[in-house]
Design a protein around this ligand. Structure first.
Ligand code: PEP
Ligand code: MN
Length: 364
C-alpha cells in the first residue's frame, strides 16, 4: 500500500515535556459529581496531559447506557476550567462535533465502531472542514489496515493536520484472555506507512480487565508509542460502562510510575553492537527461509506422490502428530509455545495449499 499524510508532530500541539502523552479519564461521563471527583483526583496525581470522557457511547445493543449526551458537556467544560487540562471526547456524527466545539472541547476522537464506516467518516470530515482541532482516530474494530488508513486520509482531506492514531485492539474471533486482540503488527504497519503519525496505545479496551493493563501499556512503550489513553473512574466497580477495565486515579498513577519508558535513539557504541546483532539476525533469517524452501520442495514431492496414488491431501492423524511433536521439540528449545503452534499452523496451511495445487495439476 502507498499513502501519504500531512501531519504535525505531537509536541507542536500538546506539551508533554518530552514524556509519553497520557490521556486519562472515565469511559463515560455519568454525573457531574463523578466527572468532577474523577478529574480532580487525576489532576492531583499530576500524570495526565489530557482528560478523556465518553459523552456519546456506541453500545453494541440498545438498552445499555448510551452516554449523557449534551448534558455532560458543561461538566467537562467546568473541570477544564478548574484544572486547566484539555478535554477529549468521542464524536460519531456531525452534530456531536458541533456540540463538542460549542462547549470548548479541545480534542476529538473517532471511535472504533465509526472508523469502520467510510460514509460515517466522510460525514465527520465534511463537518471538520475549516476547523482547527486535533483528531485522534481509533483503529476499526476489524483488523483492516486500509480502513484505518482511509479514515486518516479522509480527515486529512478536511485540512486537519493535528492527528494521531489510537491503537485499541481488534475484535476476537476466538475467546482470548484480552477483550480485543492487540495484533501489534497492524499498528507497526501503520507506523511504517506513516512514520510521522503519532500513535497512542489504549490498553483499557485491549485488556478489558484491570489485571492486564500494565503488561499491555508496557508493550506499547516498548514499541516506542507516543502515548497512552487509559480509563480511570472514581469508583471503577460502580462505572456505568467498562467497569472491569477502569482504575482509580491513584491506582493509575501507581501503574504509570511502574512503567519503563524506553529510549528511541542511542549512542555510537550501542549502534555498532546493534548493527552486529542485526546482521546476525539477517543471516539467520536467510537460513530460515532456505530451510522453509527446502521443506516446501519435499511437500511438493509428497503432493505428487499422493496425487499419483489418489490419496487425500489432509490426513488428520499425521497433522496431529506433527502438531504434538513440534510442540514438544519447541518446548525443549525454550520457544514460546503459542509461537510454535501458530508457526506450524501457518506452515501446515501452506503445505495443504501447495499439495492441493499439485493434486490438481496433470502428472508430467
Ligand atoms: C471508549 O474509548 O470508551 C470507546 C468506546 O472505545 P472504542 O471506540 O475503542 O470501543
Ligand atoms: Mn470504554
Amino acid at each position: 500500500m502507498k499513502a501519504n499524510l500531512d501531519v504535525l508532530p505531537l509536541n507542536s500541539w500538546i506539551d508533554t515535556n518530552g514524556k509519553p502523552l497520557i490521556i486519562a479519564g472515565p469511559c463515560s461521563a455519568e454525573t457531574e459529581e463523578q466527572v468532577t471527583e474523577t478529574v480532580t483526583r487525576i489532576a492531583k496525581e499530576g500524570y495526565a496531559h489530557v482528560i478523556r470522557a465518553g459523552v456519546w457511547k456506541p453500545r453494541t445493543r440498545p438498552g445499555s447506557f448510551e452516554g449523557m449526551g449534551e448534558a455532560a458537556l458543561p461538566w467537562l467544560a467546568a473541570v477544564k476550567k478548574e484544572t486547566g487540562l484539555p478535554i477529549a471526547v468521542e464524536v460519531a456524527t456531525p452534530q456531536h462535533i458541533e456540540l463538542a466545539l460549542k462547549y470548548g472541547i479541545d480534542i476529538l476522537w473517532i471511535g472504533a465502531r465509526t472508523t469502520v464506516n467510510p460514509f460515517n467518516v466522510q460525514d465527520l470530515a465534511d463537518a471538520l472542514k475549516g476547523v482547527d482541532v486535533p483528531v485522534l482516530i481509533k483503529n476499526p474494530v476489524n483488523p483492516d489496515l486500509a480502513l484505518w488508513v482511509g479514515a486518516f486520509e479522509r480527515i486529512a482531506g478536511a485540512g486537519i493536520k493535528k492527528m494521531a492514531a489510537i491503537h485499541r485492539g481488534f475484535s476476537n474471533a476466538q475467546e482470548t484472555k484480552y477483550r480485543n486482540s492487540p495484533m501489534w503488527q497492524l499498528a507497526v504497519e501503520l507506523k511504517t506507512l506513516f512514520p510521522q503519525l503519532p500513535i497512542i496505545g489504549d490498553p483499557s479496551h485491549m485488556a478489558g480487565k484491570r489485571a492486564y493493563l500494565y503488561e499491555i501499556a508496557q508493550r506499547a512503550l516498548d514499541l516506542n508509542y507516543d502515548g497512552l489513553i487509559i480509563e480511570s473512574h472514581r469508583s471503577p466497580d460502580d462505572a456505568w460502562s467498562d467497569a472491569s477495565q477502569q482504575l482509580t486515579p491513584e491506582a493509575l498513577g501507581e501503574m504509570l510510575r511502574e512503567l519503563e519508558v524506553r529510549k528511541a535513539s542511542y549512542g555510537e557504541d550501542f549502534q555498532s553492537e546493534l548493527d552486529k546483532l542485526r546482521q546476525k539476525i539477517d543471516n539467520i533469517d536467510r537460513e530460515l527461509l532456505e530451510v522453509l524452501a527446502a521443506r516446501m520442495a519435499v511437500v511438493e514431492k509428497l503432493g505428487e506422490y499422493k496425487r499419483d496414488n489418489n490419496v487425500a491431501v489432509l490426513q488428520l492423524d499425521r497433522w496431529k502428530q506433527v502438531h504434538n511433536s513440534r510442540a514438544e521439540q519447541g518446548k525443549k528449545l525454550n520457544l514460546y509455545p503459542e509461537m510454535v503452534e501458530e508457526l506450524f499452523k501457518l506452515i501446515h496451511m501452506e503445505s495443504i495449499r501447495k499439495q492441493t495445487e499439485v493434486m490438481n495439476q496433470q502428472p508430467a
